[in-house]
Design a protein around this ligand. Structure first.
Ligand code: ZN
Length: 476
């Protein structure tokens, strides 16, 4: 189930990636062929010695009647450029674009002023539309100099052509921080599951740059099919893979979108009935969501143990709520505390493999990866007599090598409690409250005292919301 889901997402990423590459190529070609004579614009204050008299400006129609495309090209010997940007019927939008383009151009021309190294700047434009009538404009700025490999930066602008107003990712998600949290997890998962970039990720940077802040997701586009996010080159993955682009299918996140951007769902199974009293309506809702008790499930997962004090306290709390959980253990910890691992197994929980040394597996050879995984399964099975059935790579870092070295299912998570960072029982509860929904896999660590201390409140809350607690393998 989860597998197909991921495949579909990678498919979308592949598609988007190819589209971006094709668009870049096409726009580069069209820039060359479209350029005809025109006059200099948007360079009012360039007092530098660069010769820009041969800048050619051209205006063409886009596929949208209210949007024109401006192209500017310069064949200057040392600072040639070709730039594309949109123009609408609304001047605030046009001003914002002009200011961005001017800054980019000034930066390029002045920074390299006087240098004899051959360089090039290309800004291409992609226009994406959503059926709500809103446009996303994606500007891809690629620069090369004689010696380096170049740098690509992607910036997005957004326009509601009727009102002339811009819109932000916060508008798309209904200004709802819970929605942002869920989205951030989906984006993070998509990055790790992208075969094109998985081998070259900087996990800590991935974490920082996909944290649920609005600013992290400001470079985006929305189409009828997906919500697409753009990250800067060489920030969360090695430069050689280019700027990471992630597309989340709208189908998967329809419930996170504000009314304006929601897919129209043709579901007339429960039409509102005017004869129903309010009380009836409330009762019906209650029946639908909560009556079927046990239908809402979460998988609690505890990583990096076993730990002599923390794990034991967690076992007590789980018992109190009749909760079953999954413990992703480190081989070296099982070696130190075999009797604790045994207690976890005796209490009926699931034992998962979290490698021996908690290394970032994507940086290791196949042989080392295999060793990290096999040694750990061996010791868990020897100590507890229970077979290991799940694997969670440290930092969620996976690539082709890691996948090929184990047959165990790879289990990530979709609720990150950040317990390792906050070390605060109240924050633990707040993070769970914000992000948990039916079917969630919650990530915690049974090596922090604060997690053990906060768990009782977390379980009390989730139980009051109608959740039951299951092993990861029972979630599917
Ligand atoms: Zn871990």
């Amino acid at each position: 189930m989860k597998k197909t889901h991921r495949k579909r997402r990678s498919f979308w990423i592949d598609v988007t990636f190819s589209i971006v590459i094709i668009a870049l190529t096409v726009s580069a070609i069209s820039l060359i062929s479209l350029s005809t004579k025109g006059k200099d614009t948007l360079l009012p204050e360039n007092k530098h010695a660069v010769d820009q008299t041969n800048v050619v400006v051209d205006t063409t129609d886009s596929q949208y009647t209210d949007i024109k495309i401006i192209t500017e090209t310069s064949n200057d010997l040392y600072t040639p450029f070709s730039i594309q940007y949109p123009q609408s019927l609304h001047s605030p939008f046009n001003k914002a674009i002009a200011s961005y383009i001017n800054d980019a151009k000034q930066g390029y021309l002045t920074k390299h002023n006087g240098s004899k190294l051959k360089r090039k700047m290309n800004i291409s434009l992609e226009i994406l539309s959503h059926r709500s009538g809103n446009y996303s404009f994606v500007l891809v700025d690629s620069r090369t100099t004689g010696k380096s490999n170049g740098q690509t930066r992607i910036r997005s602008f957004h326009l509601n052509p009727e009102t002339g107003e811009s819109f932000t990712i916060s508008d798309v998600l209904g200004h709802n921080s819970k929605h942002l949290k869920i989205l951030s997890t989906l984006v993070r998962e998509a990055i790790y599951n992208d075969p094109l970039i998985a081998d070259n990720l900087f996990p800590e940077e991935v974490h920082i740059q996909t944290e649920p802040t609005w600013a992290n997701f400001e470079n985006f586009a929305i189409t009828d099919e997906s919500l697409i996010f753009y990250f800067d080159e060489n920030e969360l993955a090695a430069g050689k893979v280019g700027p990471p682009v992630v597309a989340i299918p709208l189908n998967d996140i329809n419930n996170l979108l504000s009314e304006k951007f929601k897919l129209v769902i043709e579901d007339t199974a429960t039409p509102p009935n005017q004869d129903d009293s309010n009380r009836d309506a409330t009762e019906n809702e209650g029946t639908k969501d909560e009556h079927d008790s046990g239908s809402k499930k979460v998988a609690l997962t505890f990583d990096d143990g076993p730990h002599p004090k923390v794990t034991m306290q967690i076992l007590e709390t789980l018992k109190k709520y009749d909760a079953k959980a999954t413990f992703f253990m480190l081989g070296n910890m099982v070696e130190k505390y075999p009797e604790i691992a045994k207690k976890v197994q005796e209490a009926g929980h699931e034992l998962g493999n979290h490698t021996w040394n908690h290394l970032e597996l994507t940086k290791l050879s196949g042989e080392k990866v295999r060793n990290e995984i096999y040694k750990t399964s061996d010791i868990i099975e020897n100590v507890t007599g229970q077979k290991v059935t799940e694997f969670r790579p440290p930092y969620g870092a996976v690539n082709g090598t890691v996948r090929s070295e184990t047959n165990l299912p790879i289990i990530l998570w979709n609720v990150d409690t950040l317990d390792w960072k906050d070390r605060d029982p109240n924050r633990l509860l707040a993070n769970v409250k914000n992000a948990t929904k039916d079917g969630s896999t919650i990530l915690m660590h049974d090596i922090h005292q604060s997690t053990a201390d906060g768990l009782d409140a977390v379980l009390a809350y989730l139980q009051s919301e109608g959740y039951t607690f299951v092993k990861v393998s029972d979630l599917k």
